[in-house]
Every structure is written in C-alpha cells, then in structure tokens.
Write a protein that binds this ligand. Structure first.
Ligand SMILES: C[S@@+](CC[C@H](N)C(=O)[O-])C[C@H]1O[C@@H](n2cnc3c(N)ncnc32)[C@H](O)[C@@H]1O
Length: 502
C-alpha cells in the first residue's frame, strides 16, 4: 500500500460529540476530541493492522477508536488518570455484560444501606474510627484551589461514602470488573464533592464541577448533596452501557471477513522519551498537545489520582508540557519542549506515513514550534483544516466574546524521512493580509478560520517566528476593515450587513 497516495482530509468534519457512550458518560476528562472526527482521520490515513499512536493521549479517544477499528491503538500520557480512563474503557472489551451487572447488584447489597445511613446521620455521629481506613491519602490540593487538602473538598457523608464504595469495589474478585467499577467510582467522585455546582433551572444532578468549567477547584457556596448510592449506580450503569456498545462493535467486526483483531497498549512516558520506549515505529499519529497554559492537567487531576491511589511523583509533574501550574513551567520551556515533542513524535513515525496534530492558540510562536520542528524532522505539511462552526464549537463560543478561541486546526503532515527547508525571519503586514484574505468574503467570517489562515500564510512566507498577534490587535484590524462581531452568531460580519444564521 502506497501511503503517499492517500488523499488528505481537507474539509472540516462536524463533531458528533455526545454520540459514543464509550467516551461520553463513562468518565469526564479535559478537552476530549470528538470520536467521530478522530475515527474519520484514522480510517483515512491507516489500514487494518496498522499501529496508531497518540503521544498526548488524554482519555484515550485516539487509541480506543484505533483499537475498535482493528488497529493497534497506542495510548501515551504522563497523567495516570488519563491512562486509567483509557485503559478502563478499552478493557470493557473483556468478559460478559452479566458479570458487570452482577457486580452492581453485589455492590448494592453491600453498600446501599450503609450509604443511606451515612447520608441521614448527623456528621458528628459518624463513626469515623472504623471508616478511616477506607479513605485515600489526604494530599495537598493545587495552590490556586479554594480548599487546601483533599478532604476539605467533601462533606463527611461524601468522603466516608466514597471510602465505603472503594473498599467494597476492591473486594470484587474479577480484575476487569473491578476496574470497570473503579471507573464508575472515579466518575462518581466528580459529582460527590464541594466543587460541584448545580445549573440554574435544571435538576441538581445535571450541574457540573468547577474543575471542568473554570479549570480550578472552586468550592460552591451552597454545596449540592446528591444521593450517594444512586449517583454511583447511575455512573456504573453508564459503564455497562459503554460495555454493551463496545461488545456490539466488536461483534460486527467479527462478522466481517477480516474478523476482529484490534489491540490496545498503554505507555506512560514523557513524549520526548518515546523514541527510547517504543519497541516498533508507528503508522499514524493523531494527537492533541496541551495548548499553552489553559489547563494544568496534572494539578487538576489530583482529586481522582488520590482516590485511585495513582498519584504521580513530582518528577512526572516537572515533565508536563504546559505553561504555569504548581511547577511554574515557563513559556520559554513550553515552546522548546513543544518542538522537542513534535521531533520525538516524528522520530517514532515510520517514513512515508502521516501525522495529524490538533492545535489552537493566539500565540503564533506555539504554531511556529510545531511547524518548524515538523519540517526539520522531515514532516511536510500537506493539509490544515479548521474545525469550526459546528454545534460544539458554538457551545464553547457562548462562554465568551470574540477573544475566546473555540474549535481547532488539524495540521496533517507526511513524513518524507528527509529534513524540509523552511524560511524564517521574514515579516508580513497583518492589515494587508487580512484585507487580502477577506477581500472576497461576504461573511459571516469565523475569527478562528481567519486566524488559522493567517498562521498558514505566515508559515508560507517565513514569518511565523516574527509574527506577534494579540487578540486585541486582531479585533482592531477587523474592526478597522469594517467588520463587527456578532455576539449571537459568534462570527464577524461586514458592518450594515444582515446575515442569516448558518
Ligand atoms: C489536550 S489533552 C489530550 C486530550 C485528548 N485528545 C482527549 O481526547 O482526551 C493533552 C494531554 O497531554 C498530557 N501531557 C502533558 N504533558 C505531557 C508530556 N510531557 N508527555 C505526555 N503527555 C503529556 C496531559 O496529561 C493531557 O492529558
């Protein structure tokens, strides 16, 4: 098979984010990529039996979709929580549905009454001596949290209730069923703590944790106390539904002539160590590195990593590719290490194979690090798609104004195996570029789309290393050119123009 003949994807694919039960409903994680988009990329750039790697794997969407499409899915992340979720979902392939259902019944018998009593008792009357042994380590939380220690995040009944559940889950005999129930427990921790805020006008249980909305442990003024057993049971049922979905997909594969032969591996390396760790090179990479300082993944995962007893060491934290966090990673180090990560990724990719990197940021220097390192390592940019304008994109846009970047650009490279020359040190006149790029555009114009086009133009002209573009400057240039931002449509329109919603 000649991989170079593969026609790259050049059009956006609308995200069907909530459709796969295996990714939505089992366990939350930060910035999960829509599985239908990831799957479309895997199917386009690889063949059955190929090895597909996600070096910044997160909750494992890439490796799980590759695995379910008869490839070898290789998940890598330095965050133990990410690997726990990814492995937990992939392992749902094992055993029968009835084993999972029986586990819920067994846990109900052992826990439901105890949890009910805990809920109804006066916190001062809870017999903590007996229950203390079931608790995790009371670790320090990230510095910017409202609470100092882990236990400060929980009402006594929540803390001891989760402890009882964890204790009983650990007694389940079958390892894969035990892990599935631990996945449900970990998802339950997300709901049973004082960062959980109820959404106005909706059922209390439909709210969310501040950890995912503002990326900080903000404690709610009026804590929501959801029922303990019922909250766990619902999460466990979601896991069972995901198990049923995976079993069905595998059953369909088994009926095809090539049969079912997907496999799944987990690595926990810093991306730059992958060339030392991977036994064999891979056929495709699809990855979504952290975007600067937006989300401090390891800090924010402390609550779950503590409950699961998989807290990473400080040395692991020092390897995280972010700006800021408790380790105070500098922007300079981020840019350098982003480039090193791209080089390490190309080093583990076979020649004549493809790599897709998902990215979005106002800082063009971050894009430069990706594009320049890819070129130096032999990866030639062949496609750049702006994933914007779909319902998920507008959901994110609603959170803010024109300065909020939602959606992302998917940059796809072909590994030629030989370094590719590129220009640097040039400049471009932003106002002229915006004029040229928007000249034939009647609107509406998506800000992200224009930004991505500017990045690509600057790269073509050798100016990504010198271009400094702030969101204020971007808005000013568009304003001066006669565009105004629509707060309802989240796009730019020519002043005076009426625009029908897309
Ligand atoms: C944007 S998230 C990936 C989300 C993923 N696409 C998904 O669908 O769930 C980036 C991931 O990179 C991981 N990470 C950060 N620094 C890393 C490093 N040096 N090596 C490996 N993984 C790292 C973080 O823990 C985080 O899970």
């Amino acid at each position: 098979m000649d991989y170079e003949k593969i026609i790259p994807i050049t059009e956006p694919i609308a995200a069907a984010r909530q459709s796969a039960k295996r990714h939505y409903g089992v366990h939350p994680y930060f910035t999960r990529r829509p599985s239908n988009v990831v799957r479309a990329y895997i199917l386009n750039y690889t063949r059955e039996g190929d090895r597909v790697l996600d070096p910044f794997g997160g909750s494992g969407v890439t490796a799980i979709e590759a695995f379910l499409e008869n490839r070898t899915g290789i998940q890598n992340d330095i965050n133990p929580l990410a690997n726990f979720i990814a492995r937990g979902i992939a392992d749902l392939e094992k055993g029968n549905l009835s084993e999972y259902r029986d586990a819920i019944v067994a846990l109900e018998g052992r826990c439901a009454t105890v949890l009910d009593k805990l809920e109804k008792s006066d916190p001062k009357q809870i017999d903590t001596r007996r229950l203390k042994a079931a608790l995790p380590r009371n670790v320090l939380l990230p510095e910017n949290s409202d609470a100092r220690y882990l236990f400060d995040l929980f009402e006594p009944s929540q803390l001891y209730g989760l402890g009882v559940l964890r204790f009983e889950i650990q007694r389940l005999p079958q390892p894969y069923v035990r892990n599935a129930m631990l996945l449900a427990l970990s998802a339950t921790v997300t709901k049973l703590n004082r960062t959980f805020l109820s959404a106005e006008g909706r059922a209390e249980s439909r709210g969310g944790s501040s950890i995912f909305s503002i990326y900080r442990y903000k404690v709610a003024k009026a804590p929501v106390k959801l029922p303990l057993w019922q909250t766990f049971r619902e999460r466990a049922e979601n896991v069972v539904e995901a198990k049923a979905e995976i079993a069905k997909l595998i059953e369909l594969k088994k009926r095809q002539p090539s049969g079912w032969h997907g496999s799944f591996e987990v690595l926990k390396s810093d991306v730059t160590d992958l060339p030392k760790v991977l036994r064999e090179k891979v056929d495709y990479i699809f990855t979504d590195p952290p975007y600067g300082g937006h989300i401090a993944y390891l800090d924010l995962s402390t609550m779950w990593n503590a409950w699961l007893n998989i807290l990473p060491s400080r040395a692991v934290g020092q390897k995280e590719l972010i700006v800021g966090g408790d380790e105070r990673h500098t922007e300079e180090a981020y840019i350098r290490r982003l480039g090193e990560s791209v080089r390490a990724s190309v080093a583990v990719l076979k020649p004549n194979r493809w790599m897709s990197i998902v990215f979005q940021h106002w800082n063009i220097a971050y894009f430069h690090a990706i594009l320049a390192s890819a070129a130096e390592s032999g990866a030639d940019l062949r496609a750049a798609v702006s994933q914007i304008g779909d319902p998920i994109w507008s959901m994110h846009k609603k959170k803010g104004s024109e300065s909020v970047l939602a959606g992302e650009m998917i940059l796809t490279f072909f590994n030629t195996g030989k370094p590719i020359g590129y220009e640097t040190g040039r400049t471009i006149d932003l106002e002229c570029e915006v004029q040229a790029l928007t000249r034939d555009c009647e609107g509406p114009l998506y800000g992200e789309y224009l930004l991505n086009r500017i990045v690509l133009k600057a790269w073509e002209r050798g100016a990504t290393d010198s271009l400094n573009l702030s969101k204020e400057e971007f808005a000013r240039i568009l304003g001066d050119a006669g565009w105004r931002y629509s707060q309802t449509g989240h796009y730019w329109v020519k002043a005076g123009q009426q625009v029908a919603l897309l």
